[in-house]
Design a protein around this ligand. Sequence first.
Ligand code: TXA
Ligand code: MG
Length: 320
Amino acid sequence: MPARALSSSSADIAEAARLLRRGEVIAFPTETVYGLGGDATNDRAVAAIFAAKGRPRFNPLISHLAAPEAAADLALLDERSRGVARRFWPGPLTLVLRRRADCPISLLASAGLDTVALRVPAHPVAQALLAAADRPIAAPSANRSGRISPTAAEHVASELGDRIAAIVDGGAAAIGVESTVLDLSGERPLLLRPGGVTVEALTASLGPIDEPRSEAGVAPRAPGMLASHYAPNLPLRLEIGEALPGEAVLAFGGDPPPGFAEIRWLSRSGDLAEAAANLFAALRALDRPDFSGIAVMPIPERGLGRAINDRLRRAAAPRP
Ligand code: TXA
Ligand code: MG
């Protein structure tokens, strides 16, 4: 059965919350990307999320909360994590924290780690849905494992429409790249994934943050950060010089070199927030069999540019 299309009306949000409480898996909007949500305290719902995505079970899930206060029932908070939560929640930040002994979140969602990843999204539809569901909702991005993250309800419908109970349509995601994942479970703050909250903003509030750069460094603590991810079907080329025959280009700032079969602008004016918001939809739009590949103009490695470049590097990485 195809997923039910739900709107952001209060009746539809109440229906979506009923489905979640019954253990069903549904897609819902957040300000970063669409999430594939299920009751985080229900092992079967969490297992159904992994199954729908085709996601390896060693890759843990983020649990979403309606309010920052709810985190205290799930994780061990200290002054530092309370301060970061006060400053950045609700918003595009996920905190990895040590699980409380009595944490009701399914161990499957933590993939066997002694930590939980928590996020309080700011999107009004997500807020209303989480409040009505009245429990933590586990949600990875609502794409098939390894594919491009969805920033619109249509993206979810085309990839997962036959595998989930419902899709709540809240319009295009405003930020367009996933949340920043910050690990506060150890002595020093550790950036596991650049995202919607910039490293510059985190550093201003926390001081220096460690960044595991190599795959080897990332592997044990951020099992989800596989090198190849966010992948279109076409090959992606980041160091562009001249256009290759039949190639399309993702353009940023100035004009691209001549000769590309199609140009799609991330941001003509070189605005990183606009580029992030357009990134995944642009990749999807250019991922057509009549092009030979997708080239990308350089994007500065600052602010949201770090998250954009992280996703592009993974999309360009050799596929397993
Ligand atoms: O913006 C977002 O974060 C979206 C929306 C739906 O909230 N969600 C999202 O989820 O991107 P997902 O599953 O695609 O990415 C979650 C990342 C993965 O890299 C995962 O490995 C990491 O967070 N993660 C989750 N729990 C973790 C934990 N306990 N320790 C370390 N990393 C964790
Ligand atoms: Mg994802």
